[in-house]
Ligand binder design. Sequence first.
Ligand code: TRP
Length: 437
Amino acid sequence: MQFPSRGNWSGAVGFVLAAMGSAVGLGNVWRYPYITGQYGGAAFILLYIGCVLAIGVPLLMAEFLIGRKTQRNPVGAFRALRPGSPWVLTGWLGIVAGFVILSYYGVVAGWVLHYVYLSAINAFAGASPDQIAAMFAALSSNHILQIFWLMILMLLTIGVVVRGVSSGIETGNKIMMPLLFVLLLGLMVYAAQTPGAATGLDFLLHPKWEKLGPIAVLEALGQALFSLSLGMGAMITYGSYLSRDTSLVKCSLFVAAGDTLVAILAGFVVFPLVFSFGLEPSVGPGLIFQTMPIAFAQLPGGYWVALAFFVLLTFAALTSTISLLEVACAYFIDEQGWSRRRASWTLGGAIFLLGIPSALGGEFLDFMDSLATNYLLPCGALLIALFTGWGLSHNERRTEFYLADASTVRFRGWSILIRFVTPVALVLIFLHQLRIL
Ligand code: TRP
């Protein structure tokens, strides 16, 4: 069955850029560099690439395959493949996860918008580290301001999603993703000339093998899942607009490579700046909002560097929020017969309301983050792997796989990974998240 009215990508390039846009997000720019530093630099990068190839790519292919095969949203996809079975809960879990993630991710993306504004009015110039810390504190305690930026962020997201798959989402990604790469490369060249470049590179590239342990492996796996937007059907949804003549292997490899490259390059921007000013490569969002502006305040041309950095982050965040909103929209369009206009505005509005508690206090935001990354995503990813590897028959898997890629070797390799390696790895992450391991 085909649903021509649902919309389609104009081709493989548009699809790959959009999926890469979903994957490349705030997770790449702050979380990845920071954990790389913490877990031994280059050694961790190699481990991470291993996880992306062994777990990320097979799962990406699984989500694309389910989407392309059914041409449906996550709930509709499981319903179409196994009518009346509990597998449909996997789809529901994805829709719920999309709401949860977007509600708090939108608040953090709203902070990024505020920092674009602060950069534009040259607020960092000559500011002392204390003044810069005070700017973040002022934002954190100003609920109205955070709600305002969350609203702007949601309006931008809705504005893209409402225009549909090819003229909205694809066009948005085709503009923002190349600009993101240009800004990233420009910032990298700049960072390489700062005095801390050598220390920063050493911090990232000097392999500290002793820091690699079982926990580092689990961290790398968890990060790979989050960074590739896996486990909640975002990639099922994007795969559902894909035509059958596109190779799943190639697309998945491109998306994973682009996402990983941005993460690694982000480290090459962040750490030279951090070390040039003797700053702490500290934890999480603080690195972006509190530490980086200290560097911008003192750098020659800091005004433009700051602006480029936060605009880059805005593009990274926006291409991800678009895909998060699209998951829920696809469900209401496919299954409830809503128009795209009604779905985007209603769901975007609902998610805005759900985001307000996260804007009111950091604790709720942390709770939503932990709920999504520690429970919903690993659980969803495990169910998707089990469904693809064991729920679908060998023939169902092969027929869909072979449509654009009739390679026995690649099919066999993927089957082994998705049936055995991925589920075992996911169970281990899950136990780790639950503090059992
Ligand atoms: N991959 C995004 C990032 O790195 C975050 C994310 C996680 C996401 N799950 C998602 C984005 C699902 C879109 C859809 O920041």
